[in-house]
Structures are given as C-alpha cells and as structure tokens.
Design a protein around this ligand. Structure first.
Ligand code: KIV
Ligand code: ZN
Length: 531
C-alpha cells in the first residue's frame, strides 16, 4: 500500500483507467451451493437487477443440469438486452447444444464451456489422457462456435495444472475460436503471487493471447478469492467472475461487491474501473440474500450489517472529528442510508412507497399493497419501525410471493407445564383452510409437528437459527430454516427466512416457506396438496 499524507477520499477513481468486465455467476456457481436454490421468478428478478446494476456478463445457469435451469436461462436470455447472457456447458455435444439452445434468443449470447485440465482431474474425474483432453478442448470450442461467436473456454482446476500443458490447452482453445479464456482457481488453492505468475506465463507463451480476454474465477477455500482475482487483474486479466455476497460452492466465490469496491476505492493501487453502479451493491446483496435465504455474515466486507458500524469509543470519537479517520469509503457509496428510525403507525401509503424507493425497493402495485398492510400490522405491535424492520418485511414479501401454502393462525401453549402444544391453521392454496393440533418437545417442535401433520414430507431440518432484526425486547425475530431432502436423487437443500415479532410465528413461516421452495423446485406442490 502506498503511503500518503492524507487518506484518499472515498470513491476516487483514476482517470484513463482500463475497464474490467464483471461476469456475475450468482445464478450459476452461486445457486449451485447447498441451500441457495432460487425459484424461477427469483432468478429473473436477480437477472434484471444485475443488468440494471451494470453487470457485463450474466451467467444465468447450467442449461443441461435440469429443465428448470434450461427454462431460466432461456427466459433470462430473452429479457436481458444490455448484458451478455451466458450458459454453462461441459465438453459433450449434448451439453453444448443445450446451452446453445438456451441462449440463442439473447441479444448478446455466450456459451461458456469448460473442461478439467489438472492431472488429478484428468486421471480420476475424466479418466482421459492429456492428449484426449486436448482433443476434447478442440471439439468443445468448435462446437460452441457453431452456435455463437462469443465463446468462453475454462480450464477447470487450472491452478493445479502443469503450466506447459495448460499453455497447450489454452492455445488449442484459442485456435478453435474461443474469445475469452478463463483459468479458474477451482479449489481455492492458489496464492496471489502464483495466480499472477500463471497468467503472466500463459499470456507470454501462448500465441494468440493478445486476441482474447483472460478471465479470473476464484474460490474462497483459503479466504484468498478476492486477493487472487485482483492479482489476476494485475497480470492482465480483464474479466472477473464473481458472485453477490460471495455465495458459491463450498466457501464461495470471490464477492462481486468486494472486487468492485476494491477497484473503486484503491484507484492508486488498482488503476482500473468497472461499469457497476456501486450504489446498488447493498440492494443487490439484500435481494440475493432474500432470494436464496442465505444470511449475510454481520462482518462481511461492504454489505455486512456491521461494515460501516463504529462501536468502540476511540473509533466513534475519531469518526465524530473526521469521518476519514476510520472510513475508507462512505456507506452511501454502496447504497447504505444512514437513517435508522423511519416510520410509525400514522405513516401513509405514499410515505411508505417513497421510503421503500429510497431504500432501493421498487415493488409492483399488489406487492406494495401487501407489504403496506403488513407494515401497518407491524406498526400496531411495535413502537418503532426501523429500516431493518422494513427490509425484513419487504425481503420476506419478495421471497414468499410465490408461496402457495401460508400460515393463517398459530396458537401455542408453552412454559414449564408441558406438554407444549400448537394449534395451526394453514391456507393450503386458493383459500382452503385446514387446522390441526400437535404437541412437541417445546413450542418450536410442537409448531413444526403441526406443519408436518398438514403438509407431510420427508425433508429434514438441517438448520434453525433465530436472530433479532433490531434491538429491544419488541424486536422482530428473523428465523432461518434449512431443509434437506434426501428423498431426491442427489439430495437437495433449501433455505428460507421469515420475520415476525413473535418468534414462533416467524419459525412457522420460515419452515413453510422452505417447504414451498422445496416443493416448487420439484414441481410437486400440487401432488403434496392433493395428498
Ligand atoms: O470453479 C470452476 O472451475 C468453475 C468452472 C465451471 C468455471 O466454476
Ligand atoms: Zn467455480
């Protein structure tokens, strides 16, 4: 880091910097991680937001993976006009053709085709010789080029591949017509210096390198995904593959918001720019957290709830004297507003609408009306309604908009004089109400048993987490529930969140929302409800 007399002001950018393209894979690598499943509608909403935010390339999914993935990629391809829309494929012809079919209506289509190149993958995963893999590279890129002019080729596990062999693979891909070459750190193993050097060597040795864009794609197993990505950019890569909130396989991918703000804030060390509208980053984080029901860790850089909170006396004193003492970028620059106390029970529809707008939410008329009614109900029960309360309420509104089964009423008997019991009424869809009574080992167990009676299922509770949305004993409880369903081939996990001043109501809503997601995903909702 260079020393300066004065700290650099927040958000400075250096003139005449080079553009780095942002390739967002939230809908593919992000959605692929256990529990982060999104519904079709959620995927469309995320894609629209990514485009509005200035993402250059949206990787919309893996079309051969399922009918649902194919449908989502082709729908996103049809509606997105500015960003490139990309579908992933392995090296087989069916994979490539499926990806080609899915993106063919895009204004700017891309096929991203990948193949493992490292010795360990060649031997154990592909069971192919190095020469066979080279032939496959030639085949996959050529076939993808028959569909589209914009073809990205990735060397899976590039960072554990012999460098000379990696160069031969890249040369083959370029000769076959690849326009972007991505060299991922698939297992999050590389250090920044190694990643930098790998790109430098490939760029220097491979003929035709100057004609293509090199891309970084880093996983966070050792917590170095962002550092490695930026090292790749320094080596000459001009595309960064990343996800909102850093979600992705295992420890996740490089976080988009961290890449963007590192480049924006440290123009002295990173003389590049992106096309991302940084003020939309906080909203993007909230949207993806709500759609995936994957909570954002409190101390997450840029978008965590504590990212701009100053708690210690020394820091608060410094901040009061001059914000640059402890703030290297302003909360406003990523879309975090400073106000906290907002609305009360006398606030009207218009104030509610403009408050949501100020917070970055644009709801359709029906969703707005529902959210407003829920806000009024909340304001009746809670003295102060804070921004965080509104966020929890609207995020839940968005996440549960497609839910068919809903909680109507819940009455719980708890305390030391067991057994604890729950009487639950659900709307089973189309206004059909059913009520049951169940007992359990505690009020949460009784509530979940009641749900099981009305909606029999085989899913197992993999996570149950409660936290308070704001301070105070009247704070809303936000409950996260993850269900895993082993009855499916390959298993499946979904996570859902819900908030309510009553922890048990929030628990019932979160559990049911996870079930709705699970059933919707498997197209089994009607069968379950008819059973
Ligand atoms: O991590 C990885 O190697 C990938 C490839 C499919 C690009 O996600
Ligand atoms: Zn990956």
């Amino acid at each position: 880091m260079s020393q300066q007399a004065e700290p650099r002001g927040a958000d400075e950018t250096t003139a005449n910097t080079e553009r780095v393209f942002i390739f967002d894979t939230t809908l593919r690598d992000g959605e692929q991680c256990p529990g982060a499943t999104m519904t079709f509608e959620e995927k469309l909403e995320v894609a629209d937001f990514l485009e509005a935010m200035g993402v250059d390339i949206i990787e919309a999914g893996f079309p051969i993976a399922s009918e649902g993935d194919f449908h989502a990629v082709s729908e996103i391809a049809k509606r997105i006009k500015k960003s490139v829309v990309c579908g992933l494929s392995r090296a087989g012809e069916n994979d490539i053709d499926r990806a080609g079919e899915a993106v063919k209506h895009a204004a700017r289509p891309r096929i991203h085709t990948f193949l493992s190149t490292s010795p360990v993958h060649r031997k154990h995963k592909l069971q192919k010789s190095a020469e066979q893999v080279l032939e496959m590279v030639q085949f996959q890129v050529t076939r993808a080029r028959n569909w589209v002019a914009d073809v990205e080729w990735s060397a899976e596990d590039a960072t554990r591949t012999e460098i000379d062999y990696l160069c031969r693979c890249v040369e083959t891909a370029i000769k076959a017509g690849a326009t972007t070459i991505n060299l991922p750190d698939t297992v999050g193993y590389a250090t920044p210096e190694e990643y930098f050097q790998m790109f430098r060597t490939v760029m220097e040795k491979v003929p035709g390198s100057e004609k293509v864009i090199f891309s970084v794609h880093c996983h966070n197993d050792l917590g170095m995904a962002v550092a490695n990505s930026l090292a790749g950019v320094k080596a000459g890569c001009r595309q960064v593959e990343c996800t909102i909130n850093g979600i992705g396989e295992r420890a996740g991918n490089a976080a988009l918001e961290e890449i963007v703000m590192a480049i924006k804030t440290r123009g002295d060390a990173l003389p590049y720019h992106t096309n991302i509208e940084a003020m939309m980053l906080n909203r993007a984080s909230k949207l993806v957290a709500a759609a995936t029901s994957f909570p954002v860790q409190y101390n997450k850089a840029i978008v965590g709830r504590n990212a701009f909170a100053h708690e210690s006396g020394i820091h608060q004193d410094g901040m009061l004297k001059h914000t640059q003492t402890y703030e290297i970028m302003t909360p406003e620059s990523v879309g975090v507003s400073k106000t906290s106390l907002v609305m009360g029970k006398h606030s009207g529809r218009n104030a509610f609408r403009s408050k949501l707008k100020e917070m970055g939410y644009e709801l359709g008329e029906n969703a707005l009306e529902d959210a407003f009614n829920r806000f009024k109900a909340l304001a009746d029960r809670k003295k102060h309604v804070y921004d965080e309360d509104l966020e929890a309420l609207v995020d839940e509104e968005i996440a549960t908009a497609q839910d068919r089964i809903k909680v109507v009423a819940l009455q719980v008997i708890a305390g030391t004089m067991g057994p604890q019991s729950a009487t639950l009424t659900l709307d089973m869809g189309g206004g059909k109400h059913e009520t049951v009574h169940a007992t359990g080992n505690g009020p949460v167990d009784a509530t979940f048993n009641a749900i099981m009676k009305l909606v029999p299922h085989k899913a197992k509770l993999a996570l149950y987490q409660v936290h308070a949305v704001t301070e105070g004993t009247d704070a809303q409880a936000e409950v996260s529930v993850r269900l895993s369903d082993e009855s499916d081939a390959g298993g499946r996990a979904v996570t859902a969140r819900a908030a309510d001043p009553d922890t048990l109501v929030a628990s019932a809503k979160a559990y049911l929302s996870a079930l709705n997601k699970l059933f919707a995903k498997r197209g089994r909702l009607h069968a379950q409800m008819g059973a």
